[in-house]
Design a protein around this ligand. Structure first.
Ligand code: ADP
Length: 273
């Protein structure tokens, strides 16, 4: 059987978050869900990871619980805690416990940002056991077949301390995302930004030029998200230069000289017919 045969795919229901596919990622997600395997999505910020997960959750008819991880996020934040009320304590599930109970898809965005103790609760959920031990209450939640753990991170960040341990990453099926191919990115900017195909094409050309020069100098380069934002401003009537400055250039750098150099590229590229 061809694992990624498109016929295996369920269609997107009406109202599902719009997602332009870049390849076979939708089929892979669906198969991983059916096989009860957790998924790791790697890719730069703003390339469509979150939108993809939102789209797939709607497509598979599962609720989605998203957690944006940060450096203070602990295992207790994910699992839950006792809260003291009027004279009594009540247990309140955290987002991960809620997702397991509901058979939801739980998406931990930028998981490497979270505290190290979060791996203790992720590991037994991400292997064959598929359980969430809740130490404080003594419960052992068995994840239903519909539950799926999805995590993402951006391997581009130059922080060696913030990476996934092999024992974590080897529990997950991996998907590597990058900025979409130009024609696909044009369609995304067109539909998401509400601009004409010609305007979208200009913004995608700009991204190509910025990505070439900024790859090494800046922490991040022009993402699809920034192009969509520039497109929205342009569609609302903001002139091209101001839109690109506000949505793209100033998002990439605080340095005035670098911004001036990037604006030269904007003028050069966006002036082209
Ligand atoms: P990430 O989670 O990788 O940081 P997002 O999923 O939030 O990025 O994407 C940022 C924005 O870019 C989305 O809100 C959407 O407007 C647009 N976008 C990116 N990729 C796609 C895609 N493949 N289809 C539709 N919209 C996309």
């Amino acid at each position: 059987m061809d694992m990624l045969h498109p016929d295996a795919l369920v269609g997107a229901p009406k109202g599902a978050p719009h997602y332009v596919s870049q390849g076979q990622e939708c089929a892979l997600f669906e198969q991983a869900w059916r096989c009860q395997l957790p998924l790791l999505i790697k890719g730069p910020t703003g390339c469509g990871k979150t939108r993809f997960v939102e789209h797939m959750a709607a497509r598979l008819g599962r609720p989605l619980i998203t957690v944006s991880c940060h450096d203070d996020l602990s295992a207790a934040d994910l699992v839950g805690r006792h809260l003291i009320g009027q004279g009594s304590t009540v247990w309140v599930d955290g987002p991960l416990a809620r997702a397991v109970r509901e058979g939801a898809i739980c998406y931990l965005d930028e998981v490497v940002e979270a505290r190290k103790d979060t791996t203790v609760v992720m590991h037994p959920l991400a292997d064959d056991r598929r359980v969430l031990p809740i130490e404080r209450t003594g419960e052992l939640l068995q994840a239903p077949a519909e539950f799926m753990l999805v995590i993402s991170y951006n391997p581009g960040y130059q922080n060696l301390l913030k990476t996934l341990k092999p024992s974590t990453r080897q529990r997950f099926v991996s998907l590597t995302f990058d900025y979409p191919q130009p024609l696909i990115e044009r369609d995304i900017v067109c539909s998401e930004g509400g601009v004409s195909p010609a305007m979208a094409e200009g913004l995608v050309r700009l991204a190509g030029a910025l990505r070439r020069v900024t790859d090494h100098d800046l922490e991040e380069t022009a993402s699809t998200r920034l192009l969509v934002m520039a497109g929205r401003l342009m569609a609302a009537g903001v002139d091209t230069e101001s839109a690109c400055r506000a949505a793209v250039v100033d998002a990439l750098t605080d340095d005035l000289e670098t911004a001036a150099a990037l604006m030269e590229i904007v003028r050069g590229v966006m002036a082209q017919p």
